[in-house]
Structure formats: C-alpha cells, structure tokens
Design a protein around this ligand. Sequence first.
Ligand code: ADP
Ligand code: MG
Length: 261
Amino acid sequence: MLRIIAITNQKGGVGKTTTAVNLAASFASIGKRVLLVDLDPQGNATMGSGVAKGQLPVSVYHVLLGGADIRSALHRSQGGEYDVLPANRELGGAEIELVDLEHREARLKQALAPLHDQYDLVLIDCPPALNLLTLNGLVAAERVMIPMQCEYYALEGLTDLINTLRKVRQGLNAQIEIEGLLRTMYDPRSTLAQQVSEQLRQHFGDKVYNTVIPRNVRLAEAPSYGLPALAYDKGSRGAQAYLALAQEILSKAPVAAATVS
Ligand code: ADP
Ligand code: MG
C-alpha cells in the first residue's frame, strides 16, 4: 500500500532536504518504488537528485496550478533509483496564485491520485514555512516526518508545527499522523543533544526514531554532485544512517492510529 510522508519543519537548515533525498535513495536501494516531490521553490531536492532545475518545461508548479499531467513532469533521479517531481523558483509564485483557487490545499493530493499504483512510497520535501505549499504537503500525506537538530530551542520550535498539525487534523486531513521525529546532525558527545533527546522522548515517546543521523561531511558534499550519499560514498556514516532509518521505518509494524498531541 502506498505511503505518503511529508518531511516538514518550518525551520530552515534542519536537514529536511538531506533527509528527503537520502531516504528516497535508501528506500529505492531496498527495492521500493519511490517518488520524491520537491515542494520548495529553492529546488534543492531537485538539484540534489541530479535534475537541472533551470530547464523544466513542466514542474510541480504546473501540476499544482495549471493542471498539467503529473506524469509529464516526472524525472528519473541521477544515481538513485527513484523518480522526482521537480521544483524551481517558479513555484515561489504559487503561494499567491493558489489563494484564489478552489481546493487550494488539496491540489497536490489530487495530482498524486493517479499514481497510487505506481509507487510504494512518496516523500514530500516541504519548504521552511507553514504556508500553503506545506499545507498541500500535509493534506496529501498520511504521515509527517519531522527532522530536527537537538538544540536548546528545538522543542519550542515544535509547538507551532504540532498546532498546525492539530488544525489540519480537525479540518483538512483527519488521517494525518506523526511518522516520527528524526534527530539530524547529531553529536552523541554533546550533553545538550543528550538532554534534548531525553525531553523529546518524554514528549513523543517511541515517535522518536532510534536511528540518529550524525553530522557527516559526505551528506553535505553529495548534493554538489547531484547525488544521494549512497551513490556518492556508500560506506559513509551518513549514507548508512539513512539506510538504517529506511529499515527502521519499514520494520515497524503497520502503525496503529497515533494522536497528534
Ligand atoms: P533544510 O532542507 O531543512 O533547509 P538541508 O537538508 O538543506 O536542510 O540541510 C541544511 C544544510 O546542512 C545543508 O548544507 C546540508 O548539506 C547540511 N546537512 C544536513 N544534514 C547534515 C548532516 N547530517 N551532516 C552534515 N551536514 C548536513
Ligand atoms: Mg530544504
């Protein structure tokens, strides 16, 4: 059955895009059919998958706004066996243009509907804002993955996101659940990271993945080659951590309905 996961945190630089690209490559490497949706006008997931964002006759923008056939917008990633629905700066205009449209929060959900038999997993890389684009991600998804750095204000930053999820749940998408909280750029020697980890466990229990993503320079280098870390340096700690995360997600029994609290 298709699983759609939105990767969201309104904070920038927490590892959303790195997670989206490397998790897509990891799921694909273990035989899953994966689509990566880039919902960020910065197009980092697009570039990081080796798709040139400058030359896109049809992108996620045209799919959301103009009703372009989603199949005509899909690209194959470079160095990872997954597909990409790419984005570029044009998507920046969507925020305003969507406002006047009917079902403006459900455009992505509608666009994905014809692909349900084609993929096992859809990962949605959201922009660093709780805006209409992110809302499209949350309405299309069944689960939300929240990457975060274990910093002092980490928990405070989660409050807005959790409140948004609650509203989405009450109105637009009653099914949405937290898939998990992912600790990124993690340094196990940092006392602060350990303390924040402890607090996360208290608040979110087993919604916090056991797998942590270490700070690893290979993860930062790979996008400049348009590759996921698995293709750039398979043995790197970063690549292996994302592979472990993919396995952790798949190994969980079909998750019972969890409340967004
Ligand atoms: P976001 O999409 O949330 O804005 P990114 O995934 O783009 O965050 O990450 C922000 C920056 O941090 C990027 O330059 C990325 O290469 C780097 N980065 C992300 N995760 C790691 C990591 N685990 N180790 C080292 N660098 C990382
Ligand atoms: Mg990003």
